[in-house]
Design a protein around this ligand. Structure first.
Ligand SMILES: [Zn+2]
Length: 251
């Protein structure tokens, strides 16, 4: 072989080695091949037992209770919290909870409840998490300018809001952080004259039993009622299917 041929041969062989080495390097060890991901997606609507997808691979469960600090106070003051003679900011607690969304992923939610119920509410949401009970959103009602109707239409689950019972001068148990509404769209307030939110009207038919609807005996119902909370779905005249309450002020 001529010198030029040898050099050419060496160049080609080292190029091939580099290409092979590069391909070996590019195979990520910790990722699934894209083909398998596709298969999983296709099976999701069919399967009842599915492998859950996580919001990030390192999801850490969070269940915390904190006093209302300045940052939270500034978020809620003049919205869900107003100066009043019934409840002080020191009586409230800010909770962070983990929950399973309608998207079958894990999320973090935040809510404000009365201090006397804070640990119990944490236990309730731990039960809901363990049962993978689907909740679409858990944000402070202040994200909706403390407008309960806007929060309900967006299917937001929330607790504290210093407000009166709709159409009355009586304070709601939400005003004390002693009531929690879950999936309000699938669990509307139903009276003889109205459904609220109106967007949830079809769910006044409780036989539908769709995702997020609370039913007697399900994990949500049990988590609250086993701890002495009342469910608005069991009230006699009007039904408030989204609503659980426990008033520790009354005797
Ligand atoms: Zn309510």
């Amino acid at each position: 072989m001529k010198k030029a041929q040898i050099v050419f041969f060496l160049m080609i062989s080292s190029l091939i080695t580099m290409i092979i080495y590069d391909q070996v390097q590019q195979v990520p060890l910790d990722e699934e091949p894209p083909v398998e991901k596709k298969v999983i997606r296709v099976t999701i609507p069919e399967e009842k037992e599915i492998i859950p997808e996580f919001e990030g691979k390192t999801f850490e469960k969070v269940f915390t209770v904190n006093k209302i600090d300045d940052i939270i106070y500034n978020r809620i003051n003049t919205l869900s919290y107003k100066e009043n003679d019934y409840i002080e900011i020191e009586d409230l607690r800010y909770l962070k909870v983990s929950y399973w969304g309608f998207d079958n992923k894990r999320h973090y939610g935040e809510l404000i409840v009365h201090a006397s119920l804070a640990q119990e509410v944490i236990d309730i949401f731990k039960d809901l998490y363990d049962a993978k009970y689907p909740i679409e959103k858990i944000k402070l009602v202040d994200e909706y300018q403390a407008d309960d109707n806007l929060s309900m239409i967006d299917n937001n689950s929330s607790a504290f809001n210093f407000r009166y019972i709709a159409g009355s001068k009586k304070l709601s148990n939400h005003a004390f952080g002693m009531a929690i509404d879950i999936n309000p769209l699938q669990n509307p307030y139903v009276s003889s004259s109205s459904v609220q939110p109106l967007e949830g009207e079809r769910y006044a038919d409780r036989s539908l039993d769709e995702k997020g609807m609370i039913q007697i005996g399900d994990a949500c119902y049990e988590a609250f009622t086993s701890r002495g909370w009342t469910w608005g779905g069991e009230w006699k005249s009007i039904k408030d299917y989204q609503h659980f309450e426990k008033n520790t002020n009354e005797n």
